[in-house]
Design a protein around this ligand. Structure first.
Ligand SMILES: [Fe+2]
Length: 257
């Protein structure tokens, strides 16, 4: 899958609008500054390193995160409708967690986690468009994301810490201590982690379907893709998109898409 320059730019505007619309206090500007600082890396990041996973293409990360924010807000409505106690966390905590849930995928301050795969065989046979950058020490995605936030003096609440930490649900056995407890005292005190996990799982699953299901319909014409648009999608022309970017390097990259 390939996003156009306009889609990539529009996604970046939505990403920043989500911060502007939902994050409050002095951490709002700190978060905007953080993402401005790493803009050129994040705007073109894939959401995963392998095309069998999801959104392993330039711009896939922001596209995925925006979908998770949108899905989290809609999922909140479903849980509310079914009687969830909405007093145990805030919408800001939900959106902040969704915006930053996969932040650890960016790598550290100096190095990206995913760099283009140099081994053609692995590209062709294993579908690995990207490979892990050996220059950075291993850390689980939630751990690195939380470390990046604290090292840039961006405070997060206990609820946000727990939601980001457990966003993979029980797909990550490290989360069993929070999610597989049979004692009421040790269960999460809010439904926030479950909402974020459901939103993330749904987004990744749909990204997989859009990317892969048409390829599985052999000997038949693939069904036309459903046009998914985010509720706060922003229309912009390519020239407008490119005009808003100050970096000549980034401009060139986007222009060539
Ligand atoms: Fe995710």
């Amino acid at each position: 899958m390939k996003l156009s320059a306009e889609q990539i730019q529009s996604n970046w505007e939505i990403f920043n609008n989500n911060i502007n619309d939902h994050v409050t206090g002095d951490r709002k500007q700190k978060l905007l500054d953080f993402y401005k600082k790493y803009e050129e890396r994040i705007i073109l990041m894939p959401a995963s390193h392998k095309k069998e996973y999801h959104s392993a293409f330039p711009g896939g990360y922001v596209d995925h995160v925006n979908r998770v924010v949108d899905a989290s807000l809609k999922m909140y409505g479903v849980w509310e409708q079914f009687g969830m106690d909405t007093s145990t966390f805030t919408i800001e905590e939900l959106v902040f967690s969704a915006i930053n849930h996969d932040l650890g995928k960016m790598g550290d301050e100096e190095h990206e986690s995913y760099i283009p795969q140099t081994d053609q065989w692995r590209r062709d046979k294993l579908g690995e468009e990207y490979m892990h950058n050996k220059k950075i020490a291993f850390a689980a995605v939630p751990d690195r994301g939380l470390f990046l936030l604290q090292s840039h003096d961006i405070k997060y609440t206990f609820n946000e810490m727990l939601a980001i930490q457990t966003h993979d649900g029980l797909y990550d056995s490290a989360n069993e201590k929070y999610l597989k407890s049979f004692m009421p005292e040790t269960k999460p005190r809010t439904s926030l982690p479950f909402i974020l996990h459901q939103a993330d799982m749904m987004a990744a699953r749909i990204e997989f379907e859009v990317e892969w299901l048409p390829k599985f319909s052999q000997n038949s014409v693939a069904a036309p893709k459903k046009n998914y648009t985010l509720s706060n999608n922003i229309k912009s022309s390519k020239s407008k998109a490119l005009n808003t970017i100050s970096s000549p390097g980034l401009k060139n990259m986007l222009d060539s898409l």
